[in-house]
Write a protein that binds this ligand. Sequence first.
Ligand SMILES: [Zn+2]
Length: 238
Amino acid sequence: MYHMVREHINGKKFNSLRVFPAIFDKQIKYLSENGWHSFTMHEAITNKDKLPEKSVVITFDDGYKDNLTNALPILKKYNFKATIYLVNDRHDRDWSGYRKTKNKGAGLKDEPKLSDDEVRELIKSGLIEIGAHTLTHVNLSALGKDESYKEICKSKLLIEKEYNIICDSFAYPFGLYKNSDVFDVVNCGYTNAVTTKTGIADLKNCNLFEIPRITISGKDNMLAFKIKLKRGLRGWKK
Ligand SMILES: [Zn+2]
């Protein structure tokens, strides 16, 4: 799970969401040179019974502009794919403070997001799948059932209409959701959903609507990256 591929901003919060382009390049190069096979989430789900042991899905949440300007050239260089979970209403919205109120106004609102044309460019590359991440990056766990249903289903419909694609992958914003949201994701026609629960996904055995991910932080060095690849997390406790 990635968010942004860009330089850090000194003194600002959320640098853990910003992976330096040079480091992202190193990480993808490592995967490529060590025999990892890259899939979009859609492809991984479709082929879940015959995936090679070293299979990886690179994901980006939210829809930041640098996914096109910084990440795509690196993905192209190694012919790696990715799934981007797009917030429909992503411009001028501040979701920095939902988890911790003290982070309100801490900068995610000012981060440039992808325009619709830029999303089309990503799709045209043939390396990118567009998934949904709700209309407004809401905390689904705090929302009533009707509102949640709308945030989950309408985001899929709008993405499909805007870009003329099938959108069947979903990511829960903040990794927060209630049981009924999982049913809504199924009922709306998605085939899979990712959480922010830490772990290596075994797609043959896990719930395809609560798939865990490995968080790659902007503060991870290569050793941390390699440990996370092996264990799902960096520390030693589980
Ligand atoms: Zn998000």
